[in-house]
Design a protein around this ligand. Structure first.
Ligand code: EPZ
Length: 424
């Protein structure tokens, strides 16, 4: 297994092109199974989650070609004339929770599916009760046994009105895909408003779906009998952009982020400004400058979009752990998303946990340490700590990092970081 070795202490200086969004690519790739025509996606990031999903889609009968040779994003074409197999196995679904969403095209196009219960990052219980209620209400017969969901429906899916107890991103994606091919008008209330939901809805509309209200909390979908092929560009990854913005805030220096949607990380940028970082923003570019003074502490609470993203909580904690004072971070989305705390402690961080809240006493500076990544975003927080620590740190279990950060070492190295991947 590989590890990453970082000799910290250098400021980050340079320019980084932000890759296509992981969390937009995955539902967009799955949506290409909804049609028998050709779908072309560009700006696909080069990530292990993308590779896992391609493998899964191929196993269902999709013909997929991928070209990941360009530094300006990958291209994928997908043709699924017929869904040939309707089983998404444990081996493929356990690696990534989003795989579970293939249930939508399988049931909508084929009327039958056997999909393993999902896995993914161990950041909480992550139930699937909303998915199951939607399936049942749309007329699908369900059986849960031996770790699989067996689903079948005899006729076209029924349209429904559904109110989510919580604006779940995945369930909103799932609802959009299912109801686009259902009979009649469906309405989703308390829907997620994340930009990735908007990206999926816009792609589906280009495929002939009739979706309105995406980006607000009520989405209306009029089902159509079939969808067509399309050509779309995956939007930039707001979490990757936010991670680099936090990294330079911790190390000091100045980086320019190209190909970003600055508005989508407004909440983070405001918090960074409050902590003393200078930011100049235009629509597609961000310049972030931080001197090597310690940042001021800022309290945050994660929340659904447009609130502070849970996917940036670990990275922001790594910054607050070396701030000049005490800060409080509350995690409201996932109940177990604090596994980075014990690893940050190895760098010397002083963080106490009380339920869903972390109380962080800023320390002067991190020391170097050997640490272990516990989940995807936690691994980015360890990279940030190692970049700002004095001396050489090693980060193990970096397969978590490869799920969601495209060419991260190359990008950081181009900004002066001393970072290397090695065999353990
Ligand atoms: C998506 O996960 C993202 N994954 C996550 O990113 C992200 O952290 C999360 O949304 C929140 O923004 C992808 O897009 C692939 P949810 P998802 O359903 O859809 C509860 C990363 O690091 N819930 O919005 O799985 C659930 O337990 C990843 O890139 C139910 O109770 O998250 C959680 O508390 C990790 N019942 C809350 O909703 C259900 O049936 C929000 O989760 C479904 C969800």
């Amino acid at each position: 297994m590989d590890l990453i070795e970082i000799t910290g202490g250098n400021p980050l200086e340079g320019k980084i092109r932000i890759s296509g969004s992981k969390n937009a690519s995955l539902p967009m790739m799955i949506a290409s199974l909804l049609t028998e025509e050709k779908v072309e996606l560009s700006n696909i990031p080069n990530l292990s989650d993308v590779t896992t999903l391609i493998e899964l889609m191929k196993s269902l009968g999709a013909a997929i070609e991928v070209d990941q040779t360009s530094d300006f994003g990958g291209k994928m074409t997908c043709v699924t004339k017929n869904i040939l197999y309707t089983e998404a196995s444990y081996d493929l679904v356990r690696k990534m929770r989003a795989s579970f969403w293939v249930l939508a095209p399988l049931i909508a196009r084929y009327g039958e599916a056997k999909v393993s219960l999902p896995g993914g990052c161990a950041i909480g219980i992550r139930p699937i009760d909303f998915y199951l209620s939607i399936l049942k209400r749309m007329g699908v017969t369900l059986d849960l046994k031996d770790g699989y969901v067996y689903a079948s429906v005899k006729s076209r899916l029924r349209s429904i009105n559904f109110t989510l107890d919580f604006p779940s991103v995945g369930v909103t994606h799932f609802f959009l895909m299912m109801s686009s091919l259902a009979e009649g008008e469906s309405v989703l209330k308390n829907a997620a408003k994340e930009p990735e939901v908007e990206a999926l809805a816009e792609m589906l509309n280009k495929m002939g779906a009739k979706i309105t209200g995406h980006g607000t909390n009520t989405i209306t979908i009029t089902g159509v009998p079939s969808l067509t092929g399309t050509k779309v560009n995956v939007p930039p990854d707001r979490i990757e952009a936010g991670t680099f913005a936090i990294a330079v805030s911790a190390t000091g220096g100045e980086i320019s982020l190209d190909s970003v949607n600055s508005d989508e990380i407004d909440v983070l940028l405001n918090v960074l400004e409050q902590s003393g970082v200078e930011i100049s923003r235009s629509k597609k570019n961000l310049k972030i400058s931080a001197d090597r003074k310690r940042n001021s502490p800022v309290n945050i609470s994660t929340a659904p979009y447009p609130g502070f993203p849970t996917d940036l909580q670990a990275q922001f904690m790594a910054l607050m752990a070396i701030a000049n004072g005490t800060s409080v971070i509350k995690e409201t989305i996932f109940e177990n998303r604090f596994m980075h705390v014990q690893e940050l402690a190895r760098f010397g961080a002083n963080i106490k946990l009380k339920g869903d809240t972390a109380i962080i006493e800023g320390i002067e500076r991190y020391n170097s340490a050997p640490v272990m990544a516990t989940d995807l975003r936690a691994s980015a927080s360890l990279i940030i700590a190692a970049l700002s620590a004095k001396g050489k740190s090693t980060i193990r279990r970096i397969y978590h990092l490869d799920r969601g950060f495209d060419k991260i070492e190359k990008k950081l190295r181009s900004c002066g970081a001393v970072i290397e991947r090695k065999e353990d």
